[in-house]
Every structure is written in C-alpha cells, then in structure tokens.
Design a protein around this ligand. Structure first.
Ligand code: NAG
Ligand code: NAG
Ligand code: NAG
Length: 522
C-alpha cells in the first residue's frame, strides 16, 4: 500500500518540478491562515543539538563531555567520524541564523553544551566564554524575530561527572544538574521562555545502559557486547530515576526562583513511536499498550501522573527504583510535553506467545516485541535509515494518545524529519533534490494537522533538522538537513525541502513574532 503510493507521489512531484514546483506547491496547499489548522502564534521552527552541530570541541575553554570521549574510541561510530568539527556551527552561527531567517521560522530549538558552560561540572569554574557564546546566539536569534527554545541537556554530560561518580548511575548528578540549570536560568532566562530539561531520556538510557551502543557503553548478558560492565535490567531504571530526580529539582528551582519574573515554561522531550498491534487479538493490543508504557510513559507517567505506569509496576516489581518524593509535590512536573516523533512499529505479545529475540521481547522491556517489519509486512515504506519507516498516520495517533492519556497537556512537536544516506554517484544538484523528504514532511504535517483539528493542544513544530549533522553512531553518513552540508568545505546548500518548508510556513503561520513572544499572550 505505502510503496506504490509514495512512488506515485514521487512521480507527480517530479512532474511538478518540470512545471515549476514552487507554484504547484502553493496550489496544492490549503489557502491561507483562516483555514489553517495551526493555531495563532504556532511556533514553526527547526531543531538541532550542540554535540551534533557545534564542533569546537575544545575551543574557548570547553571541557570534554561523554560524547567527545565515546566517539574517539575506535569502533563506536559506523563511519569513524566524530563531532570535533561537526558543522562548525560554533563559528558559523551568524551565517546559520541568516539561513533560518531565509526560511522564515519563528523559533529555533537548540541545546546548550553542559561542558561548554561547566567544563568540570560543579567541581570547576564557570566558563564565561561559553556563556558569552550562547548569549550571542540568543541575541542574534531574537534580533531576527526567532524565539529560542532551549534544551538544557541533549544526551551530553561533562565527562568529569562520568569519571567521578558514574554519571546517571549516581544520585549525585542531581546536585550537578541543579547547579548547571540554575546558571542557565540566571544567565539566559530573561530571554529564553521555553526550556526542555532533557532530550529523550528513554533513548539515551536504552542505548547507553541496556544495549551499550551509546555512552557510557554499559550492558549485560544477551543485550549487547559490553566490555566495561553493566546491568541491562537494572541500570537503565536507576539512570531513569536519577534523571527524574534531577528534573524535579530543576523544575522546583525554576518555579520557585525564576518562573514568576521570567514568565517561561519548562518541559521535557521524549522520543515517541506509535506502536501498532500486529493483530486485533486482545493480547497484542495489550502488548502495544505495554510497549508504550515501557518506552514513553516510563518518564511521562511519573512526571505528569506521579507514578510509574501500572504495567511497569506489575512486571518489574522490586527492579523499579522508588520515585523521588519531590515529583509528587510538583504534579505535573512539566508545563508541556516535547514530542519527538519519526516512525511507528508493530508490536507482538510475548507473554502468551513465544517471541524471537528482538527489541522489547524481554521482561525488562515489557514482553512486547517491537519491529517495523513483522509477519512479512512493513508498517510503512522503508528508508535508507534502518530504524525509520514512513508511517504518517502515526503522528496523529501518537498525538491523540498523549492528548487522551495526559488530559490534553500542551504539546510541542520538538522533532520530526527524515534522514538518509546520500548516493555518492549523484551530482550536487541531484543531492539537494530531496523529493522523499518533502513527501515525508508533507504527509506528517498533514497528519499532525488532523490531530490538531480534532482538538489536540499542539503549539509548535520543530523540523529535525536545520542542517545535516553528526547523527550519533551513524556519524556523518546519515543526513537529516533542510540544508546539505559539504563536510570538506562546510558549505551549506539549501535543499528543495528548505524552499518547501519556507512556503509551508508562509501559508500557515499567522505571522512572525513581533515584540511579544506568544507565551505572554495568555
Ligand atoms: C555480540 O557479538 C557476537 C559476536 O560478534 C554477535 O554474534 C552477537 O550478535 C552480538 N550480540 C549483540 C546483542 O549485539
Ligand atoms: C483490526 O480490526 C479493524 C476493524 O475491524 C480492521 O480495520 C483492521 O484491519 C484489523 N487489523 C488487523 C491487523 O487485523
Ligand atoms: C555508484 O556507482 C557504482 C559504479 O557504477 C556502483 O557500483 C554503485 O552501486 C553505485 N552506488 C549507489 C549507491 O548507487
């Protein structure tokens, strides 16, 4: 079903290119704001993270972080690259903000590098060059009417904290995160009105402590091949509880010391997948619920409802560390949910039937096998990125699920996009002709619009990503950018998708931010 449909899209798209695709694109979209499903002051942005774009890994006093150390170990990154230079955004941010202004975004999600501000965590000095850098970035954005939307930690922690007390495995990290967050609120909070404490703790801890594929590379038994120890069944949960504790402390600090005067909001960003039961049996449907609980609700339930999901409590029992007492007093401990969404997977029950080994099948993952391909069917069109299958309906489904489970708490789509390998045989002109990305974005945004029309309180959309960048263990081999980056010259070239997004925003945005950011208008 998906495959012929997408080829048809591609064909019709290629035809429209012949006849001037920009004009055709205008015709194919809803005409103008009154009919636009996106509410007034909707944030249309792009997203990035510090390690993936900044480079400058030892410049101006920055300390080493966990990813600097990890990527320098042989064998960790498929193409042997690292983020030492990345897009060199640290030195080129002005040029990059120009490119954002060209697209017409009214917001930009980026992350602050913890080790650029605190090279040794709370055990060393503040690096004022780092503070200056983010001040300049924020001021440059605001001078162009672009609202900064800031992640405090996007997978990165100073390596010092890893060495001193094993990072997320120790409750000591609460003190470090509080110290760091306080510096961020104090120095940037007069201008930053949207904060995300952490990006995708579920992915960070599944990859870092269950499978051992990300720093600190810990796992046990059949979960992965780790040489430095670990416990795949306990450590992800311990790291999770220490992160919830750190989050609670930072939110309490923000609410008591800063929020009244600064008037911003604070949330968290989760990786989300839509989990579709492989059959209509009640076992598979319950398995799909369990998959959601062990993946996304693992963090969202404690933060919003004040307890772990029922399925986790029942299956994990004493493996689940107690929740920090503080969380209950903050309920909800977030002002909004950041939803990162790319793809959807099938789910099969492993309690009542035998599952082959795979993601989700073990007890600690909730006995719910998840895969984009099952029983010979793909959930959507495969892409050159092995985990990403195109299933646009998943956007409406996950947003609606979150709306219903969490009483329609405000949401921002903090990431959505498609990454791909580049065929080296193409000319540069062909490389920027990213029809597949445009079709993906068009379909996912359409699905999001449906969820919004049906009442979901979604307030913004951040396209991942602004530039091609360092894609974690895939290194530079997977490209997510609206702009192509030539990694030899670091030249940026807008792709077709950049022009497409520009037109989309022009049609749907109710206007660029004037003087007042949208949060002041309620
Ligand atoms: C661990 O390594 C062995 C030998 O290379 C391989 O067969 C196995 O699939 C790996 N296990 C995991 C979980 O990656
Ligand atoms: C489940 O039931 C619905 C409604 O009857 C149907 O549309 C769908 O195809 C069924 N799904 C499967 C996997 O059989
Ligand atoms: C590029 O061209 C070479 C030589 O013709 C071919 O072997 C290779 O498969 C091509 N690569 C891709 C990704 O199409």
């Amino acid at each position: 079903m998906e495959l012929p449909l997408l080829s048809l899209f591609a064909l019709s798209f290629s035809l429209t290119i012949l006849f001037g695709w920009v004009a055709a694109d205008f015709l194919s979209l809803n005409h103008h704001s009154p009919s636009s499903p996106f509410p007034p002051n909707f944030l249309f942005g792009t997203a990035s993270s510090s390690y993936q774009i900044e480079g400058a890994y030892l410049t101006d006093g920055k300390g080493l972080n966990n990813w600097d150390v990890f990527t320098h170990k042989p064998g960790t990154i498929t193409d042997g690259s690292n983020g030492d230079v990345a897009d060199d955004h640290y030195h080129r941010y002005k040029e990059d903000v120009d490119l954002m202004e060209d697209i017409g975004v009214n917001s930009y999600r980026f992350s602050i590098s913890w080790a650029r501000i605190l090279p040794k965590g709370r055990f060393g000095k503040v690096n004022w060059a780092g503070i200056d850098y983010y001040n300049s970035l924020i001021d440059t954005l605001l001078s162009r009417g672009i609202e900064p939307f800031v992640t405090i930690s996007h997978y990165d922690i100073p390596q010092e904290l890893q060495q001193r007390y094993e990072g997320w495995l120790s409750p000591e990290i609460e003190k470090d995160f509080k110290y760091y967050a306080d510096i961020c609120f104090k120095n940037f909070g007069d201008r930053v009105k949207y904060w995300i404490t952490f990006n995708e703790p579920n992915v960070a801890f599944i990859c870092g402590y269950r499978k051992g594929l990300w720093p600190p590379g810990r796992c046990s038994g059949s979960f992965g091949n780790c040489t430095c120890g670990g416990d795949s069944e306990r450590e992800p949960l311990i790291a999770g509880s220490n992160l919830l504790l750190s989050h609670a402390t930072a939110v309490h600090l923000y609410r008591t010391k800063y929020q009244k005067t600064q008037g911003g909001r604070i949330g968290v960003a989760m990786n989300t997948k839509w989990f579709e039961p492989i059959s209509n049996s009640s076992e598979d449907k319950k398995a799909a619920e369990r998959a959601q609980s062990f993946y996304m609700n693992w963090f969202l339930d404690p933060l919003i409802l004040g307890e772990y999901p029922r399925e986790m409590r029942e299956i994990l029992g004493e493996y689940l560390p107690p929740l920090p007492y503080k969380l209950g007093k903050l309920k909800p401990a977030i002002d909004f949910i950041g939803v990162n969404h790319y793809t959807s997977y099938f789910v099969k029950d492993c309690i009542h039937s035998v599952c082959e080994p795979g993601d989700g099948s073990t007890r600690t993952e909730g006995f719910a096998l998840t895969s984009p391909k099952m029983n010979g069917i793909s959930i959507g069109e495969p892409t050159t990125l092995e985990w990403l299958y195109v299933y646009p309906q998943g956007m409406e489904k996950i947003v609606t699920y979150i709306k219903e489970r969490f009483n329609n708490i405000p949401m921002f789509i903090t990431e959505n996009g498609i990454g791909m390998k580049e065929n080296p045989n193409l000319t540069t002109k062909e490389m920027i002709n990213d029809v597949e990305r445009v079709e993906y974005l068009r379909a996912y945004l359409d699905s999001l619009a449906t969820a919004i029309r049906k009442g979901a309180d979604v307030r913004g959309y951040f396209l991942w990503s602004f530039l091609d960048n360092f894609e974690w263990t895939h290194g530079s081999s997977i490209r997510f950018g609206l702009h192509r980056v030539d990694y030899d010259t670091l030249d940026r070239t807008p792709r077709m998708s950049a022009s497409w997004y520009k037109n989309f925003i022009a049609l749907h945005a109710s206007g660029r931010l004037a003087t007042k950011p949208p949060h002041t208008q309620e």
